[in-house]
Design a protein. Sequence first.
Length: 197
Amino acid sequence: MNTPSHVILNLALLGRQSRSQMNSPIIWGALLPDLAMFGFYAWAKLVARMDEATIWQEVYYQPFWQTVFDVGNSIPLALLAMGIAFWLGQRYPQWRSGGHVIIFLAASVILHCLADLPLHVDDGHRHFWPLSNFRFESPVSYWDPDHHGAVVALVELSLVLIASWPVWKLLRSRWLKALLIGSIGLMGVAYVGFYLR
């Protein structure tokens, strides 16, 4: 799935008006698994000055970069963080609110990983690293038209549109609401440009 979709869907699933202070950890948890990818792409384009084919067909698959990506996409590491935060919150009451922040961040990371798991053909992550090197190769892609990407992208866009209403009600800031509208607009334009041209 696309990064903005993770943010919107995770907010719709985990966010509540009664605990709006958890919106920020939910947003960061939805972003965290993709941050290494953004850093990698910035380095490859701006520092190493690589072309798109070299980035995505060669360097992306190098073992070093795959491990970097897998760390942020690791369900066991997110569960470990969640467990430690829960334990600390139970043992040290003064740490309870900080523990809640980490629990919501980790839960959002896990939702991101679970949404990505069935939607990568040959570019997926080892979601159970470091416990396993298993990498699920799905017959369905979130982007590749040769693997139902147009249908999956349309379903993704539809889910995001449905989830946007409860997310709109959660957001307090005009800036975040504008970002929500802009993200949906960009996803719509990208869908039309990539699949309907």
